[in-house]
Every structure is written in C-alpha cells, then in structure tokens.
Design a protein around this ligand. Structure first.
Ligand code: GUN
Ligand code: ZN
Length: 678
C-alpha cells in the first residue's frame, strides 16, 4: 500500500499528495528541521506562521538525552514537540558522519525500534554516509552496509512508514546499484543521501548526476527526498529532477552565522545597507536595525526570514508544476550561480530521462530563457513527432518561411498561405522556421508551436540546434526545390548553412515567393483535411491518419478564429479541438472511430472488470483499477479507456504515465471526458 498520489507532472517533478496518520501533505514539500531542545521557533509556528505542513527531527538526539527520551516514550514524538501534524525522524546517520562517531554509537535495529516506540510518522534507517572524496572502494562498502541495514530494518516497520536512503557518493553506477536494490524493498520514502557535502562545495552538477541515476530505478509511486537540501535556490531544479521531499536545517544554521537565504543565493547581513526581501520580517525593519540587534534576536529575525523565503519558494515550485512552467523557474534560478547553470546543462544533456516523464499536452507559454530553451522536453518532443509522424513525405516545392517572432505567425505569411491552400501536398509544403525548429503549416496550432516566445536575436547554440532540426526534417522528405523567403528573422541566415545538395531559391517578398509556385490551380478542397490528418497522426500515430479518409468526414471551422473547431461524421461530433493546445479530444463516437482504424496500443488503457461500470458512467479511471497500460504511454495524452474485452468505456486524458498507472494504487489514471452512459 502506498500513500502517495500524483496530481500533475512537469519534467520529472510531481505535484503530489502524501498521506500520513497525522494528515495529508502537498508535495513537493519542505520540512524544517526541529531540534527538540534548541529550536527557538516552535513547531506550531512552523505551521501556523510560516505555512509548512510537516517537520523533521532527529531520533538519535531524542534518544541520547534522558529528558527528551522519557517524554517521547511517554507522549510520543508528537507530544515531545507539541505538534499535531506529520513528523519525520532521521536516524543519526548524519551526526555519525558529522561528528565522526564510532560505529558502535548507534545500533541500527535499536534506532528503528525507538522510532516506532515514539510513534513517528516516517522513520529513517541508519544508512552509511560516504564522506566526500573517500574513493570508490569505501563508497562501495557504504552502499553495501546501507543495504544490509535496509534489509534488516524494512521488515520491522509495522505501522510506521520508513525511509530507505540511497547512497553511492558521486559514482553514478553505484547510485544506480543502490537505488535498484533499495527500490526492491518496501520503503515508503526514498531519500537520496550523502549530498550535503556536494551542496556545501557547490557541486550541483554532481547532485544532478546522482539524483538522475537514482531516479531511474526508484519506484515511481514513492516520494523521493533530497536529504539535507534546504537552500531555496536549489528547490526548483531539484524538484524538476523529481525530488518530492526536502528538509532544511539551513534556515537555522545560516541564521546563526548572520546569513540570509534568498532564492538567488546567500547574503551576509553585515554586508547589507538594504534588506533585499519582501517577507514580513524584512518589511518591518531595516538592515541597520537588524544589524544592531543582540545576537539571539538577530539570529531569530534571520531564521524567520529564512523560513518565509523557503516556504514561498516551495509554493512557487508547486504552482510552477501546476502551470507546466517549472523548467522556466529552474532556468531563471540557474542564472543566480554558474554552478547551478552548469547543473542545468548537465540535466539538459540527459534529456531522454526528462522527456520520458514530462507530460504531453501542456498549454502554457514557453518563454526563451537562453540556450537551454531549445532542448526543453516540449520542444524536443514536437520536433521528434514531426520527424516520425508528419504525413507528407513527397512534394515538389518546400517553402521555408522564417519566423519573425509575431504571433500567430501564420498572420505574417497570409498571402503565401492563401496560395498554398490552392495546392496539393504533392506540389507544395509550407514550413515555418522558428528558433525551436521547423513547424509544418498543418501543425501551426499544435502546442508549443505558437506558444514559444523568442526575442529577435537568439544565441548561436539555439540557431545551431534549429539548423540541425531543419536538416533532419528535410532529410525525411523527397522534394525538388526549396523556396526560401529571405525576410528579417533570427533563422533567416540558416539558408546558408544547409548542407544537403538542394536547389534553393531565395525570395525577398511574399509575391516573389508565390511566383515560384507556378500556375495557380483551382482551390484545393482538402487543405483542412490535410491539417486534420497531420494532427491525428501527431497525436495517435500513423493509422489515426486514416480517419481523415473516411467518407463523409467533415471539418467544422470556428466562425471567429477560422481554426478547426470540430470534426464530424454524419452530423455527429467525433473530435473537438482544444483551442489552447490545438489537439483533438475524441468523443465516444470519435474514440470508436480511432479503434476502427486500429490506432497504436500506446493510447489504450484497459480497466479491471469491477471498475468498468464507473468509467462508463463518466467517473475518473482510477490507477488502482487499471489492468493494463502501455509503457510508452505518457502523461497528458488523449486516450481510450476500454473494458476487459476491449469495449470502449470512455475517452479522456492520462494524468500519469502507463508505467505509473500500473504501479500506483492511489489517484486518478485517466480523467474521463466522454463516456458511454453519460
Ligand atoms: N541528512 C543529511 N544527509 C543524510 C544522509 O545521507 N542520510 C541520513 N540518514 N540523513 C541525512
Ligand atoms: Zn526577508
């Protein structure tokens, strides 16, 4: 039984709900570290004043002080902290490492039993923390020891949830090994441990490497905790990597040293003439007033500031996931420190893993932030689908129209489009060339074609990628000549970088471009069916294109926008176009039509018998009742929900991937839009 459910995804990030005996919390979440004796901010205030949902404390510290231990045994850890919300406890691993305590200091079994005894919500195993730069052999030993202790501990958990930490130092293969072995054990949370020294040394790129290595093998239905990550400048990027839990001792430790945490880095109070922050603390005092406070009061003010800033950033991260904008937030934060930018670059070099998880069908705008934008998962996937699924592979002329940055971009080429409409695909194909790559005219309304906003000038790396993509698309099409509309645009100059042996004619005006097309025929009546075919294949693969050939199929245009609004057959609606994504949503009739043309199994989700009736009546398809789903299915796709004998129950949008549908026993798998009996 898992206690985690996913509501939305973005990159590898998950907007989730995690349920404990003391309530359900929203993830990603940050747990402030509470020291049972020393904390000057009460756990109650952590929730009521600062808006956190959960705290973490240390069972080793509680166990080593008589007064804490006795109270915790008598009243539970919740009584000790006077706190009614969820509590996680750590095991003392970090204290062993930090204070170099002897091996016998903590008994790994006794510390599990103690955490159970004090009724923590989530306990943690006594994992073996690898010191930085100890060498591979020692790290191997630590991984092995952590695993042995994990095996001894996990069976003892009873009612307590338990966290099993992945170790492996900076070695990606050891992280993979550790995650693979730990992932087979029934832990409720998977922390990634041993990263505190990397954080202290600004080795964020290493954190990206080891986190991605571990994520490959951890069960998708359990939260991942980045142990010891409490600096708000890291939250967006770490969440994008798929980390769900964070803990912060930093808010207190930095404050004690006179330092302020900001989303852009750390500043020292003594260096400030202004407080660069909008939190209630900074808004009600001045830098010099704060500097003049007695030591304790100063530390308290800074702690409160640090908590406000950290809580706000975590809220921002959750909102960004809901909006599909986390990549942008991470890119923005990466401008605060070169080590973070390097880490982002490492992430974009491992794009396959991000693309695997990133949901399809987002509708948000994509703002250019720099060279990383062109390799964002949404843009990468668009190019990939155009390459593999664009229907028209043979033509006479390809017109390339560079994007001048205005939206909608077809307005900037309306004269040319009017002429292209009179042609057939065998005669002419129209392609817009944007900094994200090629956008075939038929797919102009499909996200993110119109939603990518670039400045007039982009960096050379982006242009290089655009050029490669253009070349790749041209290589999939057989044609005689290119007509290149040479207008002022960031991508115009790419005509000089074409490496194929093409006949290219450059034109300087729309009329000159049209003149290259030869004699105008009668208006071709199938141009909108051509768009329909391209979108059908873009969404559901090759066979789906056959729907456009069905006798009597009709495209209904919106009167206000002139875009495709519905697709009908004998007066019945088969598909509706979502204006913000340009994608088709099938009705029941549309779903049946897709089944008739044998669309790819990727888009079929089969339910167990007991749940069929619910889905047929329009209820969501729950993950725990999914009988089978394709491992190729991504979150965000339009899918068909079937019963055990392949009758269509409903159509809707997958909220999680096919693999997640099989793994999860909580939450919604498919949000059903149309159903048989409603
Ligand atoms: N706190 C910070 N890092 C770690 C770690 O690697 N393991 C445990 N148990 N706690 C930590
Ligand atoms: Zn502040």
């Amino acid at each position: 039984m898992t206690n985690f459910e996913i509501r939305a995804k973005d990159g590898l990030a998950r907007l989730g709900r995690f349920t404990t005996k003391h309530g359900t919390v929203k993830t990603p979440l940050l747990m402030p570290v509470i020291h049972p004796g020393k904390s000057i901010i009460s756990p109650k205030d952590i929730v009521d004043v600062f808006g956190f949902q959960m705290v973490i404390t240390n069972s080793y510290i509680i166990n080593s002080h008589d007064k804490f231990r006795e109270k915790a045994i008598a009243e539970g850890v919740h009584g000790l902290l006077d706190f009614e919300h969820p509590i996680m406890t750590d095991s003392g691993t970090f204290q062993m490492y930090f204070h170099d305590l002897p091996e016998e200091e903590i008994d790994p079994i006794a510390i599990i039993e103690f955490q159970k005894q004090i009724k923590t919500d989530i306990g943690t195993i006594l994992d073996a923390f690898s010191k930085p730069d100890v060498g591979r052999e020692q790290v191997e030993k630590d991984v092995k020891l952590s695993l042995e202790r994990a095996k001894m501990s996990v069976g003892l958990k009873d009612e307590m949830m338990i966290a099993g930490t992945v170790q492996g130092g900076i070695f990606e293969d050891l992280r993979e090994q550790s995650a693979q072995a730990m992932g087979k054990l029934d832990f409720d949370v998977y922390p990634i441990g041993g990263v505190v020294p990397m954080m202290e040394m600004y080795r964020y790129a290493d954190i990206v490497r080891v986190t991605l290595a571990a994520k490959k093998h951890l069960p998708p239905d359990r939260p991942v905790h980045l142990f010891g990550c409490g600096h708000p400048m890291l939250f967006a990027q770490a969440a994008l990597l798929g980390c769900d839990f964070f803990d912060s001792a930093s808010y207190a430790k930095f404050a004690e040293k006179g330092r302020m945490l900001l989303t852009t880095g750390t500043v020292h109070l003594k260096d400030l003439t202004e407080l660069p922050c909008e939190c209630p603390v900074c808004s009600s005092t001045t830098a010099s007033e704060m500097q003049g406070l007695p030591k304790e009061a100063k530390a308290l003010a800074l702690m409160r500031h640090n908590l406000y800033v950290s809580a706000a950033e975590m809220r921002r991260v959750r909102q960004a996931i809901a909006d599909g904008k986390l990549f942008e937030l991470a890119a923005l934060r990466a401008r605060s420190h070169p080590a973070l930018l390097e880490a982002l670059q490492v992430m974009t070099n491992k794009m396959d893993q991000l693309i695997e998880s990133d949901p399809f069908g987002k509708s948000s705008s994509i703002f250019y932030t720099g060279a990383e934008t062109a390799v964002r998962p949404e843009i990468y996937r668009f190019h990939d689908r155009v390459l593999s699924r664009y229907p028209f592979k043979t033509t006479d002329t390809i017109i390339i129209v560079p994007d001048i940055g205005e939206r909608p971009f077809s307005d900037t080429a309306s004269t040319i489009i009017a002429e292209v409409r009179k042609k057939r695909p065998e005669e002419v194909l129209l392609m817009f060339l944007t900094p994200m790559g090629v956008i075939p005219w038929e797919l102009e309304h499909v996200h993110p074609a119109q939603q990518c906003i670039f400045p007039k000038n982009v960096d050379p790396q982006t242009l290089k990628i655009a050029n490669t993509r253009l070349q790749e698309i041209l290589d999939t099409i057989t044609f005689n000549k290119i007509v290149w509309f040479d207008r002022e645009s960031p991508t115009t100059k790419l005509s000089n970088s074409l490496t194929g042996n093409y006949k290219v004619t450059k034109t300087t005006s729309a009329s000159e471009t049209i003149n290259q097309l030869g004699i105008i025929e009668e208006e071709s009546t199938d141009w909108y069916l051509r768009k329909l075919r391209a979108v059908l294949m873009y969404q559901w693969g090759k066979n789906a294109g056959d729907v456009a050939d069905i006798e009597g199929i009709k495209v209904v245009l919106s009167r206000s926008t002139g875009k495709i609004r519905h697709v009908t057959l004998q007066e019945e609606i088969l598909f509706t176009v979502v204006p913000t994504t340009g994608l088709l949503t099938p009705t029941i009739k549309g779903g049946e039509t897709l089944l008739q043309v044998n669309i790819d199994d990727t888009y079929l989700v089969m339910m167990e018998k007991d749940a069929a009736e619910f889905v047929a009546k329009g209820k969501s398809a729950l993950a725990k009742f999914v009988k089978s789903a394709s491992s190729n299915l991504k979150a965000g796709e339009e899918v068909l929900v079937l019963d055990e004998v392949e009758n269509l129950l409903g159509t809707g949008k997958s909220l999680i991937s096919g693999q997640e549908m099989i793994t999860f026993n909580r939450g919604v798998a498919v949000q059903v839009r149309h159903s048989q009996k409603s």
